[in-house]
Design a protein around this ligand. Structure first.
Ligand SMILES: NC(=O)c1ccc[n+]([C@@H]2O[C@H](COP(=O)([O-])OP(=O)(O)OC[C@H]3O[C@@H](n4cnc5c(N)ncnc54)[C@H](OP(=O)(O)O)[C@@H]3O)[C@@H](O)[C@H]2O)c1
Length: 320
């Protein structure tokens, strides 16, 4: 049977439904043209990434779809070009879990293209078995963190040369149950729990974004939670959650809304860089009274949290 404890319920209820949230949206924010702007979207063949690519294409932007599967990418590109009438949609085949390949791709892209205005780190995975890539990195970490890190870090010089540059990373509200851990990035300790590894990666994306924002004042960084969205990722990696949420899951267009807003809206460039967003608003990166904060000391020294801290981990955003 599917049982949710208080942490699960807290996190699900903490997120408003889309209908409620969108009442405060300003429709004018998205009355913009993206003509002449270049967008790279990872995982653009499916779900939130694909819905984002569709809106950007409709607004006239140039879209670089970064996908791992040629067939799925071509099918999505055809649908986007057909519906938007925009042919400036390009496919790049890259598996983000393959660290060296990501680096090669990003270096080549930087040489080949003279501008990149927006990078959207959308692709993500939740693998329930511990597997390693060719570089010996655990695959959730390789995809969700190392791929994102290398792609972004390599493209920063190109972004910096471009007008109004932005980097948006699709994290998850699931990160709220995790405190940043420095001591087990490869998930070697204890039993392997894919859901918790994923949530930890999503916390790491939030911290990475904060650090990037500090280090790169010319680029606008944001990280976000799309809401709970009906996509293949959810139905395949979290079938019980998918079933339990049922009709309450958002459509892909609703899930893409804040990504699109962060990518296109002019008001965003006047907001602080490095923030966590949900439904077009910056929101705290910790739940009220949460134990997930890292102290300034830990952040500066990479200090390993005490065993005691970890034992407090409710670790309960899980399906039982
Ligand atoms: N749906 C939700 O409720 C929810 C909630 C919070 C956060 N998110 C986040 O939203 C993002 C998008 O997910 P989604 O829900 O839209 O799921 P989705 O429809 O399954 O899309 C995931 C995309 O990521 C791609 N991808 C996965 N691993 C990859 C790799 N190694 N290399 C290149 N591409 C890879 C997938 O490619 P393939 O099609 O080839 O598999 C697919 O295009 C993810 O970061 C996810 O963690 C989703």
């Amino acid at each position: 049977s599917s049982m949710y404890n208080s942490t699960n319920i807290l996190i699900i209820n903490y997120m408003k439904g889309y209908e409620e949230a969108c009442k405060s949206f300003e429709p004018k924010d998205l009355e913009v043209s993206a003509v002449g702007r270049h967008f790279m979207i990872t995982g653009a063949n499916s779900g939130i990434g694909r819905a984002t690519a569709m809106v950007v294409a409709k607004k006239g932007g140039t879209v670089h779809m970064v996908c791992r599967n040629k067939g799925r990418a071509e099918e999505a590109r055809a649908a986007i070009v057909n519906e938007s009438g925009n042919t400036e949609v390009f496919i790049h085949i890259v598996d983000l879990s393959q660290t060296h390949k990501v680096s090669q791709f990003a270096e080549n892209f930087k040489k080949q293209f003279s501008s990149l205005n927006v990078l959207i780190n959308n692709a993500g995975c939740m693998l329930h078995k511990r597997e390693l890539n060719a570089e010996g990195l655990e695959k959730n970490f390789a995809t969700n963190i190392m791929g994102v890190y290398i792609l972004t870090q390599t493209l920063i010089p190109l972004l910096q040369m471009s007008r109004d540059p932005r980097v948006i990373t699709v994290s998850s509200g699931g990160m709220l149950v995790q405190k940043l851990r420095f001591d087990d990035l490869q998930s070697e300790k204890g039993s392997f729990d894919g859901l918790m590894v994923y949530a930890q990666n999503k916390r790491q994306q939030v911290v990475l974004t904060e650090q990037w924002a500090k280090a790169n004042p010319l680029i606008h960084f944001s990280v976000m939670h799309p809401g709970w969205v009906d996509t293949p990722a959810v139905s395949s990696s979290m079938p019980e959650f998918h079933h339990m949420m049922g009709e309450r899951l958002r459509t892909v267009e609703q899930g893409a809304d804040t990504v699109v807003w962060l990518a296109l809206s002019r008001v965003v460039s006047r907001m602080c860089s490095g923030q966590f967003f949900q439904d077009r608003q910056p929101v705290p990166t910790h739940l009220p009274l949460a134990w997930t904060h890292s102290s300034a000391d830990e952040m500066c020294s990479g200090h390993v949290p005490l065993e005691g801290d970890l034992k407090e981990d409710p670790g309960h955003w899980r399906l039982q």
